[in-house]
Structures are given as structure tokens and as C-alpha cells.
Design a protein around this ligand. Sequence first.
Ligand code: PLP
Length: 382
Amino acid sequence: MIYLDHAAATPISKKVLKKMEPYFLHDFFNPSAAYMPAKKVNAKYEAAKASIAHTIGAKSSDLIITAGATEANNLAFTAIKKPQGAKKVLYLETEHDSVRQIAQKYGGEKIKVHSSGIIDLNDLKNKITDETELISIALVNNEIGTIQPLAEVSAIIRDVKIQRLKKGIKTKLLLHSDASQALNLIDINVARLGIDLLTMNSAKVYGPKGVGALYVSHDAKLNPIILGGGQENGLRSGTENVPGVIGFAEALEEAKKHLASNRKKYATWKKVLLKELHDYELINKKHTLDNFIVICYNRIDAERLIFLLEEKDVYVSTGAACAASKGVRSHVLKAIGLSDTQIAGSLRITLGETNDESQIKKAAKIINEVVEKERERIKNAG
Ligand code: PLP
């Protein structure tokens, strides 16, 4: 099997699984319980949280552990008091559905991207009003891997804040970023990037699924969406997912250790893949993480390609896994100006730890053969 869909899911690393195991079997205690074994588990949980926070330059008390990135994204928007009314939210038009849908619920307005997928900073500047309270921009896009210039966005926000201060406007302006796809390859420091709310996702960094976190700066005041026992500073009730958090911390530690070498590795593999493949158009040419490769085959139905490739044990996708399963055309590819035919012919290949260079070469050969056969079939049919 050649798996080329690491943006959809990553297998849990053996090292991570080993770290988690004792917390399922022996150290299973509820961290809130009063006896000593439970207190010890609580200490381990807090240490893991501190380690997760440390990877983004934050403190444990700044993190709310959630059951994944979708929940963290939804929680971030509770920084806005009233869902209805004035336009308080701006979000990038290429955001993941878990941001788009909640942003729309809050009456959010879209910020445009250029054809490269990069944010149109002028559009952002034009759309910020005195009422804007939250701006949501993913650090790395989950379909085309675009890395957004968050430091430049922060600089714009800083200027707006200065202007507001001069005008005596007390409205806060927060920056939220979904970093689900970034943690593997980008060294993130929330203070340096000027981020107030950061979504983290364990499932994309070879950690367990259903575990995530939201970093919350002191400027952001959230409201819980899940009520109960008051865990996570009262912002996310429910018994702590101890093994999940232990695993997430280990996965992030591993990712952090190999950031530079992995970036180099994926850059090499990307070059190999693009050299070996025939007759395609590269869609995501600039400002992207090298493990994201989006290619378009003229007049070919990528959905069909996916099934044909699966028959050869090669696994790729046409875009976000959730959109793909619904048969919805990618809003991201549309936003960067692709025609319907180009969107229909686009494949997303995301490289990862299950691959090696010989696999990449083999995958390219299989893709070439399948595309060629498909072209023959189309030619003969009509
Ligand atoms: N945000 C981004 C950018 C993603 O890629 C994903 C996962 O596909 C999510 C959010 C949702 O993550 P989860 O399904 O773990 O809640």
C-alpha cells in the first residue's frame, strides 16, 4: 500500500502508542479523584499539557484540551459574545469547514485569497471595521498547504488596535489560527506570531485522533460550549482524556525534534514526484508546505482516478476528506480561481511518515500508467 493522504489522517506512531498504553491499563484513574494514584495521574496529565503548551511557546494554563480541532475551532468563536448582529468576524475563504460553518453562524465575512492561495492583505485591511472582534486564518491550508503570513496579519491588527486606542474604542480584536496542518513542519510561537487563539490537532501529527487543544491568550475570554464538571478551567467539562493528552504531547515532541529534517525530506520527495509524473499542471506552486502537492490532469475526472489508483493500492484524495466524502466541489480550489474542469481534474497528494523515496517513485509510475489508460479510454469513447 502507498498511502499519500497524510493530511486526512496520520497513523499513530509506535512510540506514542507505547507512552499511552499504561494510562489505559494501570494508570486509568480519574485525575480529579482524591486518592494518591489519581493525583499521580493528574500530575502526569498536567505535565503533558505543559509539554504541549511549550511547543507553541505557551503555558499549560493557556491551553484548553478538546476532543479534536473541530471542537477547538468552535470554542474559539465563543470569544464573540453575541452570534447575531453587527459583522464581528472575518475569516479566510479557504478555511476548513469547521471554521467556515461556525464563522458563518456568527455572521462572518470572507477575506479573499490570491490565486496562490495566500491571503489578500488589502482585502483584509478594507474589511476590518471598528466592530471587528475576531479574525480567523489557518496557518496552513488543509487542501493546498498554503502557509499564511500570520506575522503580517498581526502587524495589521496591531495598527488597528493603535487606531482604536486613539479613537477611544474599547472593542478587542483577536486573531485565531487553525494550525491543524502546521504542527508537523512549522515551529510555532504564539507570542511571536501575535496569535490570541490557536487550534492544535493531534490526529495530524501521528498522535491519537479525537484530541486537540485551543491556546487562549489572556485577552480572549471564552464561553464554554460543553457544561459539566468544570474541567479545563470550566471551559471544557468532561473527564480528562489522559492517554490522549499523553500521546499528543509525545507526538508533538517527536514532530518538533524532526521539523527541519522532515521539511528537507519532503522537499526532496516532492521534487522526485514532480519530475517522475507526466503531463500534469501543478496547482499549488508557491508558499506551500512541501508535503502538499496538488496536481491537475486536463479533462480527467479525479474522482475516477482515485478509485482506479485504489485498485493499485495507491491512496490519494481530491481535497479535504470530509468534502470528498460528500462529493462537494472544493471551495478552496474555487477560491484560487480554478475552473470547474480544473477542479474536477485535481488530485491532492500529501506525503508523510509512511512513505519513502522508492514509494514515491513507484506511486508516480502507477499514477502515470493509470492516467495514460484513462486518457486512452476517453479518446476511444469519443
Ligand atoms: N482543521 C483543519 C485544517 C483540518 O485539516 C482538520 C481535519 O481534517 C480539522 C480542522 C478537523 O479536525 P478534527 O476532525 O480532528 O476535529
